[in-house]
Design a protein around this ligand. Structure first.
Ligand code: AHR
Length: 326
């Protein structure tokens, strides 16, 4: 799908480098006479433990690979990301990578990068675009499968029950790929049995404060919640505070399944407060740098590179806790 761009971008980069300074460095602007690759990376923000680990992984891997990283934090605002990408284009970086805060609205800026001959790598979150060949590759998780895995836990947990199961859902940022896909995957699995019903579903913006606030509202309007499905651990941890404040026992009175696998969630799981964690691996810095180097060199890259992840229950929490790297 993005091979045409790959070839074009590589050709532009190589020609420009050859004319400008006889070395790598995109269109010659940032290479500065050496072979250092300059990568412009626009991060979503610092909204969650997952995101912090992802940022650290990217910074450390760039350092390790000898790639010059221009890092920009968008504070969860799409306009900030668009501005950052435009600034990377102006600075004539060799490769642009970004984790898009939401799925849509990228066509114009992606076309600008293509016109400038700068290859783009998507990490973590995908974009929805009507255009062909606007990015080289996507590196990240299968969010739909993560949602399915959360759904499978609920179906198994209540397999022997004939009663209705009332579920509340804490969604990630509206319009973001993980919120859309995790909702879809979960709905697909629980939809197989009509005893499962999502009685409330709201955006908690992937933050602990959002999870706490929305769960408090859920508890105010529903006294029959059986399950909380949180699209990430931070929201689940915030929700736990509200559940406890309401005099209920998280993990017992309300079963909780969440996504990410941060240390704090494993700790909560070891304490019996979360029942199941679906892993989403943020430690993708080394894979990203590998792809950046390949794209810069004009090598073929797969259209999609997926990250391996697991699913963990309470019985594994204690043992797994010391192994968690994020
Ligand atoms: O895109 C990955 C998601 O974004 C993580 O699940 C969440 O914690 C983060 O904010």
């Amino acid at each position: 799908m993005n091979k045409a761009l790959s070839t074009t971008a590589a050709a532009v980069a190589l020609t420009a480098a050859a004319t400008a300074c006889g070395s790598g460095g995109g269109q010659g602007g940032q290479g500065g006479g050496d072979d250092t690759i300059v990568l412009g990376f626009s991060q979503v923000g610092a909204e969650s433990g997952w995101r912090t680990a992802n940022t650290e992984s990217i910074k450390a891997a760039a350092d390790e690979a000898g790639i010059e990283l221009k890092f920009s934090d968008a504070q969860q605002q799409q306009e900030n990301q668009i501005q950052a990408i435009r600034s990377f284009i102006q600075q004539d970086v060799d490769v642009i990578a970004f984790s898009p805060v939401v799925e849509s609205g990228w066509d114009t800026v992606l076309a600008e990068a293509r016109t400038a001959g700068i290859p783009v790598v998507l990490t973590d979150r995908a974009v929805e675009t009507g255009q062909e060949d606007v990015y080289e590759t996507f590196l990240g998780s299968d969010f739909v499968e993560e949602g399915r895995n959360a759904g499978r836990y609920v179906v198994e947990e209540f397999a022997d029950s004939d009663e209705d199961v009332n579920i509340v859902e804490l969604q990630g940022t509206t319009g973001s790929a993980p919120a859309i896909d995790r909702k879809e995957g979960f709905a697909e699995i629980i939809g197989e049995d009509d005893k499962f019903e999502i009685i409330a579903s709201q955006d908690g913006d992937f933050t602990r404060a959002g999870g706490q606030e929305v769960m408090q509202a859920f508890l105010g309007s529903h006294d029959d919640i059986d399950v909380l499905y949180a699209h990430n651990d931070d929201m689940a941890l915030g929700a736990i505070e509200s559940i406890e404040a309401a005099g209920l026992k998280p993990g017992e009175d309300i079963k909780i399944v969440s996504v990410d696998g941060i240390k704090a969630a494993f700790q909560a799981m070891a304490e019996g407060k979360i029942n199941q964690v679906v892993e989403c691996n943020p430690l993708i810095g080394p894979q990203l740098m590998d792809l950046v180097e390949k794209v810069h060199a004009g090598e073929e890259v797969p259209e999609r590179v997926e990250v391996e992840e697991g699913v963990f229950g309470q019985d594994q929490a204690e043992e797994e806790l010391p192994n968690r790297q994020y």
